[in-house]
Design a protein around this ligand. Structure first.
Ligand code: S3P
Ligand code: PEP
Length: 434
């Protein structure tokens, strides 16, 4: 991938409508379930990001016909639960932990062998969290010391298990539920803290009998998925950068239409409100079985908080953005219980701490979080380490720093948020390739 650096400079005010792209989690799942369903599914609002396109490309390699009538639209001719065809080619998940972990569960139930590979960052992410419980179901998956590539052996009979997740992870839960479609008997997943329930909701929408409530999901093998149409909401995690930007830039007022508001995703909304943010939700409605609404954010002075640990799983991808809000808030913010941040696209605690120190913020790393003292940001040079959420978070910081912020290694923003720069500049950022 060609290296891309950014320069983000102070803006005057932010105004306008910001239409963020489709939800990444929902897009991955819509592609997988449509592929395994019987009949033709129509997906609208599909995220045109590298992560979700990689998932679509994997399914195409496995024999699924997918058409793209227009941007954000996919028509998928499902092959049925047992209709995928094996391939000797490696299946490339790119940068996507979600893609690789969910596909590991899905492929564990197939008659053929497959190999899942990823980019440099994904190749360092822990996979035992899925391969161990899948092995308990009867799957055979080889790893390189717990890391990708994953060699999934087909033709293994699976049996359902009851599994209590050691860490809150929607990816692990979803991998087990997808394997559970192919298992004999009941698969039940119990979570220490409830996580996003898109797999459960979508399985139900595709006609698979499933029981679920926050913290627990249960299904049996031996049913069928029926094609259906999926409306993907706008991604709250992408909206998050604009919620922080709108909160910290004096005079800002931004409207973010039709954002997915699944309660397992909106922890940052609560966190920012605890810090004094002015964010209104208008026009709340349901779309494609998910709550959505328009978010209106206006500048407000923020103050530090002791972040309630219960919010952590509901805002797991929003910590880089929250750290920037905390860096310019008045007083101290304390984050605990977020050790999972260390095994994302980068070690997000270490990467944020290094970058924030480089631009004059005061942050102390802890094993499972950070202590941040609010103040002024000086500006300077930071390295995103190829982590999309870190790159976008420092772009937001650049809005209020005294000097420009130069951000290294930003090309991976295209994994989750293609067009971020254009949207940002459209509402008043001053963000350019450097
Ligand atoms: O299931 C999903 O779609 C996701 C779950 C989360 O990961 P974990 O399950 O590892 O917490 C999140 O960080 C990721 O961006 C998307
Ligand atoms: C952690 C993330 O995604 P994934 O695990 O799918 O790579 C993310 O998008 O912040």
């Amino acid at each position: 991938m060609t290296r891309l650096d950014w320069l983000s400079q102070p803006a005057r005010a932010l105004h306008g409508n910001v239409r963020v792209p489709g939800d990444k989690s929902v897009s991955h799942r819509s592609m997988m379930l449509s592929a395994l369903a019987e009949g033709r599914s129509h997906i609208r609002g599909f995220l045109e990001g590298e992560d979700t396109r990689a998932t679509a490309a994997v399914l195409q390699k496995l024999g699924v016909r997918i058409e793209t009538p227009s941007e954000g639209e996919r028509i998928v001719d499902g092959v049925g639960l047992h209709g995928l065809r094996g391939t000797a080619q490696a299946l490339d998940c790119g940068n996507a932990g979600t893609g690789m972990r969910l596909l590991a569960g899905l492929l564990a139930g197939q008659a053929f062998d497959s190999t899942l590979v990823g980019d440099e960052s994904l190749s360092k992410r822990p996979m035992r969290r899925v391969t161990e419980p899948l092995a308990a179901m009867g799957a055979r998956i080889d790893t390189q010391d717990g890391l990708p590539p994953l060699r999934v052996h087909g033709g293994q009979p699976l049996k359902g298990i009851r599994y209590t997740l050691p860490v809150a992870s929607a990816q692990v839960k979803s991998a087990l539920l997808l394997a559970g479609l192919y298992a004999q008997g009941e698969t039940e997943v119990i979570e220490p803290h409830p996580t996003r329930d898109y797999t459960e909701r979508m399985l139900a929408a595709f006609g698979w009998p499933i029981e679920f409530e926050p913290g627990r999901a249960r299904l049996s093998g031996g049913h069928r998925l029926r094609a259906t149409d999926v409306e993907v909401p706008a991604d709250f995690s992408s909206a998050a950068f604009f919620l922080v930007a709108g909160s910290i830039v004096p005079g800002a007022e931004l409207r973010l239409p039709a954002v997915g508001l699944n309660p397992r995703r909106t922890g940052l909304l609560q966190a920012l409100r605890l810090m004094g943010a002015d964010i209104a939700v208008e026009n709340q409605r349901e779309s494609g079985g998910e709550p959505v609404g328009d978010l209106i954010v206006r500048h407000a002075p923020l103050h530090g908080v002791e972040l309630p640990e219960a919010l952590v799983p509901d805002m797991i991808d929003e910590f880089p953005a929250l750290f920037i809000a905390a860096a310019v808030a008045q007083g101290r913010t304390v984050v605990r219980g977020a050790a999972e941040l260390r095994v994302k696209e980068s070690d997000r605690i270490a990467t944020m701490a290094a970058g924030m120190k480089a631009i004059g913020a005061r942050i102390e790393e802890t094993p499972d979080g950070a202590i941040i003292e609010g103040g002024a940001l000086r500006g300077g040079e930071v390295d995103s380490h190829g982590d999309h959420r870190i790159a976008m978070s420092f772009a937001v910081a650049g809005l209020v720093a005294q000097e420009p912020i130069r951000i290294a290694d930003c090309a991976n923003v295209a994994t989750s948020f293609p067009g971020f720069m254009e949207l940002a500049n459209g509402c008043g950022f001053d963000l350019h390739a450097a």
